[in-house]
Design a binder for this molecule. Sequence first.
Ligand code: F6P
Length: 319
Amino acid sequence: MKRVAVLTSGGDAPGMNAAIRAVVRTAIYHHLEAVGVMRGFEGLIDGDFVPLNRASVGGIIHRGGTILKTARSERFKTEAGLDRALFQLKNAAIDGLVIIGGDGSFRGGQKLYEKGVSVIGVPGTIDNDVAGTDETIGFDTAVNTALEAVKKLRDTASSHDRLFIVEVMGREAGFIALEVAVASGAEYLVVPELPFSLGRLCDKLHDTRARGKTHSLIIVAEGAMSAATLRSELKDTAGYDARVTVLGYIQRGGSPTSFDAILASRMGAFAVESLLDGKKGMMVGTVAHQMSLCSLSDSWQVNKILSPEKLELVEKLSI
Ligand code: F6P
């Protein structure tokens, strides 16, 4: 193996730059050449490659976003797009490709792997909805960003004796919502993984008020329903007048937490060393804090579940 390429794909996540840095520096450490692919699979199709050296990844470990930029590529889903990407990889004499992204990016990586490319995936998404790893790069930062906002909302909710609904990201999954709910002491959590009952929520709000609690916080995952819909349902059914905050893309930005910067550094380095070990069609991860590998397809075929213990905590501690 002589030349390793790295790309970021899908939604950006804090810590992607730290992962790029780790891939490049580990490659150079092992006397390999490193190449960056701009704009994910779009840049792969266009042959938009940049040589990366030790200095090109200096001063980026703490920066949010991705210096390689990212995209959601429709062209790569076509036969012509895939063929063009294969041609560009061959033309640039790339022997190994590290893909930093979520399960959508790994589906793309799987197609390249099936055509003979040595692909290793590094899970980078704020959603944490990738099986085969306990955490994805960016998740911890997104949770902390959301938590900071929720703590501020708690101040105003309590001062005005108000009910607040906060919508967090997560695509089809409730991982961000669950962590934020536990850490903020939310009174109620709505996630796509569990059936929602408006009746149960109204009963809970009624009970907490009857016990003298004058403000409440509901965390809703975007994949379950919008905060606006929940607000209308609460108003129409029980007359509750809730305030709504949608945290949105702010959750994707910012400097990675120490947890994410370290996770990204470990994963990026392990990805290159796995390629050197002859591994391909695999994703790096951490299981019980140890570095691990699983097949790329596990990342979307295996069901990753919310922690039953944490779900119970939200229920138990919000009495
Ligand atoms: O996957 C990360 C994420 O931020 C999700 O939480 C969200 O649903 C989605 O990306 C938004 O995607 P886009 O950037 O395409 O609007």
